[in-house]
Design a protein around this ligand. Structure first.
Ligand code: ZN
Length: 332
């Protein structure tokens, strides 16, 4: 029997296999009490977890594979106030899921359910749990209450304690086949270059969609031209550093890191195959001829260190100035 079942509404066709497996397990009464949904960002993990919660809270799933959309469970869930549904994420002022949040969740899960479906809790991103929170969750995982499903969502499951991981059934969402992703992308948006967006997103369709909808491609081209401008002496590195360092995410430096790796690849292999920056292949190829390999390795090292130290209170502007001044002096 095939487990390929259309995911409800089929928004993300690459999730169908997983949906089929889980709903089949449900039909056979062996649905796991804890799931760990993993995969790189942009594959729809959160939406999948949410859809799963909707399904588990439905009191009469249609054909056993999708929430009916009509029962009390479905109505309450849709309205966002199902008393048996819990969503745990870092609170506004924090980047961590704290132990108090997990204790409160465990208390609620220990109470009897209100509706006829399951009690479901989604923890996303699960790796945001600090160590005390993870230890507290462990108790709940070890002594699951009836009719309860915990859904942990994580792009970095390696950061979760092994003891937590081992008590969850892992659902690994892979990067979809390129053809599937491109076809999906073309349906969503009138993207001029869906393939390029998909490459820049490392194959993750939802990230590619963000790129296609936003102006990231233009933004990247502008950043790249500024770097070329520095080498050609028509862009002031200090002015550019002032502008780049306003961005807390260090987008400019992250792109520079990616381009340095591409430039090295082009220099070492002599061609542009396999580079990440497919949107800028021509410009990268031209630039690669002018740069010194040794200097590029040194710069890559510098940029890597800067990105690692970001967030540790380091002065972003000084750091960016240092890198862009080195870039200005980097041609052979
Ligand atoms: Zn229902």
């Amino acid at each position: 029997m095939s487990t390929m079942v259309n995911y409800p509404g089929d928004p993300y066709p690459w999730l169908g296999t997983h949906w089929g497996r889980l709903t089949a397990a449900f039909g056979q009464g062996r649905f796991p009490h804890a799931l760990l949904i993993t995969g790189q960002p942009g594959l729809g993990k959160a939406a999948f977890a949410h859809e799963l919660a909707r399904f588990l809270m439905c009191e009469a799933p249609a054909e056993g594979v999708a929430a009916c959309g009509k029962c009390t469970g479905c109505t309450l869930f849709e309205a966002g106030n199902h008393p048996d549904f819990f969503s745990v994420s870092p609170e506004e002022d924090s980047s961590a899921i704290k132990v108090d949040q997990i204790r409160a969740l465990s208390d609620r899960l220990a109470m009897s359910r209100h509706g006829g479906g399951f009690k479901v809790a989604i923890l996303d991103p699960a790796e945001a749990m600090n160590i005390n929170a993870a230890n507290s969750l462990l108790k709940t995982l070890e002594e699951p209450t009836d009719n309860t499903v915990l859904v942990l969502v994580s792009a970095n499951p390696g950061r979760l304690p092994a003891t937590v991981r081992s008590r969850c059934q892992q659902v690994r969402i892979p990067v979809p086949e390129r053809g599937v992703a491109v076809a999906w992308l073309k349906k969503q948006v009138d993207a001029e270059q869906p393939e390029i967006c998909l490459s820049l997103a490392n194959g993750a369709p939802l990230l590619a969609l963000d790129l296609a909808r936003g102006n990231a491609i233009e933004e990247r081209a502008r950043h790249f031209q500024s770097l070329v401008g520095i080498i050609q002496g028509r862009q002031d590195p200090l002015a550019l550093a002032a502008s780049w360092s306003k961005d807390e995410d260090l987008t400019g430096l992250r792109w520079l890191r990616e381009w340095l790796m591409d430039l090295l690849r082009i220099r070492l292999t002599g061609h542009v195959r396999g580079i990440h920056g497919v949107d800028l292949a021509e410009g990268l190829q031209a630039l690669a001829r002018q740069l010194d390999c040794k200097v590029m390795f040194g710069q890559l090292d510098k940029v890597n260190r800067a990105i690692q130290m970001a967030g540790s209170g380091i002065n972003r502007q000084l750091m960016t100035e240092d890198i862009l001044l080195a870039w200005a002096a980097g041609t052979s």
